[in-house]
Design a protein around this ligand. Structure first.
Ligand SMILES: Nc1nc2c(c(=O)[nH]1)N[C@H]1C(S)=C(S)[C@@H](COP(=O)(O)O)O[C@H]1N2
Ligand SMILES: [Mo]
Length: 198
């Protein structure tokens, strides 16, 4: 009798590692340029586009309700890291406070190094995304985007913009830095949406 073992479910119920990924204990740094050293004292987060314009400094921003998040992260360069611990302000809270127009469909995250990335609004609400202000109980190291980075763990990690300084709410999509350079526009690790042709 020939038993064909060649077929397996795409995602076994307990499988934690998305396809094509390996687990690492390290925390690799991936930046397109030199690390900008942004001080908390000079940091601010601007809200612009289809929302109530605003600009919060560090003290104001970190007085907002802070969530603790423990989750896995997945980088398109194939490493995944399990159970990373962060603290951050939820995008649900930020968007509510910003009275985001129902017309807005996407967010463009802007960073101090000129980096941008686009994310559909439905991927930021419902407890799926935060502006992180702490990593493993400490300030986020500068290399990893401190003082504050966007944190969208259900998408590949390039969507989690480091050194975040503005959130722009827009109607219609506008691909960001990597999305205009061959990376997938959406970036779902479970569907291996690595590159634009995936
Ligand atoms: N501002 C900014 N954010 C960024 C990047 C960048 O170069 N600049 N790199 C992205 C990429 S490609 C990845 S994989 C992750 C890496 O985050 P890490 O260095 O904390 O591992 O940050 C993303 N966010
Ligand atoms: Mo990346």
């Amino acid at each position: 009798m020939v038993v064909n073992k060649g077929f397996t479910a795409k995602r076994a119920p307990n499988q934690r590692l998305p396809p094509g990924q390996y687990e690492t204990q390290d925390f690799p740094v991936l930046s397109l340029g030199p690390t900008p050293h942004v001080q908390k004292e000079s940091w601010s987060l601007e809200i612009k586009g289809l929302a109530k314009p605003n600009k919060w400094n560090w003290k104001e921003f970190t007085s907002f309700p802070i969530n603790e998040i423990k989750t896995d992260i997945h980088c398109v360069t194939r490493w995944s890291k399990f159970d990373t611990k962060w603290k951050g302000i939820s995008m649900d809270y930020i968007m509510k406070k910003s009275q985001v127009s129902p017309k807005a469909t996407h967010v463009i995250a802007h960073s101090s190094d000129g980096y941008t990335t686009n994310i559909p609004i439905k991927d930021l609400t419902g407890g799926k995304a935060w502006v992180a202000v702490e990593y493993e109980g400490q300030d986020i190291p500068a290399d990893h985007g401190g003082p504050a980075r966007l944190f969208v763990p259900h998408l590949y990690f390039w969507k989690s913009a480091k050194w975040l300084n503005a959130l722009e709410f827009v109607e219609g999509d506008k691909p960001g830095f990597w999305e205009t350079r061959g990376y997938h526009n959406y970036g779902d690790p479970w569907k291996e949406q690595r590159f634009s042709f995936d």
